[in-house]
Design a protein around this ligand. Sequence first.
Ligand code: MN
Length: 205
Amino acid sequence: MSTSTRNSITGYQMPTLLYPSSALEPVISQKTVEYHFGKHLQTYVDNLNRLAHGNEYEKMGLREIVERAPEGPLLNNAGQVLNHVLYFEQFTPYPKANNRPEGTLKGAINFDFGNFETLKHKMEDACNSLFGSGWVWLTQDERGKLEVMRCYNGDNPARWHMKPLYGIDVWEHAYYLDYQNRRAEHVKRLWEIVDWELVESRMDL
Ligand code: MN
């Protein structure tokens, strides 16, 4: 998994968007990608660099900060940087008809949830019933079991030593330009653009 890199001179760097900003249309519009990646994520990166400057967190990796920082602005911004690096990496500009997991990941989903449809319903329900801002993740625990995990605000499953595999951002900034208040419709359409091979690569195989 790629994470935002840092060095002691320039701090955390913005990740590279691996596809053109229009590539996820019509599921996510070019305008939303430009604001979400270009403005929101940039702000989290800038805040993280400011808050980690000159203290014990300056030399830590992103995951280490998320695991160790106390509740507060530094943790919030580090969590959101990690969340968004994972988020923008997990989508494919080349959607396939009937896009779904295959191979090892498919087997693990069938073992832990029964089938892919059940996982989809669980994640959609978790998104639609999350009050306020947050994330819903497909995660893997230390024993390899897959779970659906709801995180509020900028939390990331790494905080609880869970591996984040596929994350849905349900902050309004992720969908409001395209779907307004129709969060459920946005979440449902995201299944079309998930890069399942990339998601599987985040598992402990
Ligand atoms: Mn976001």
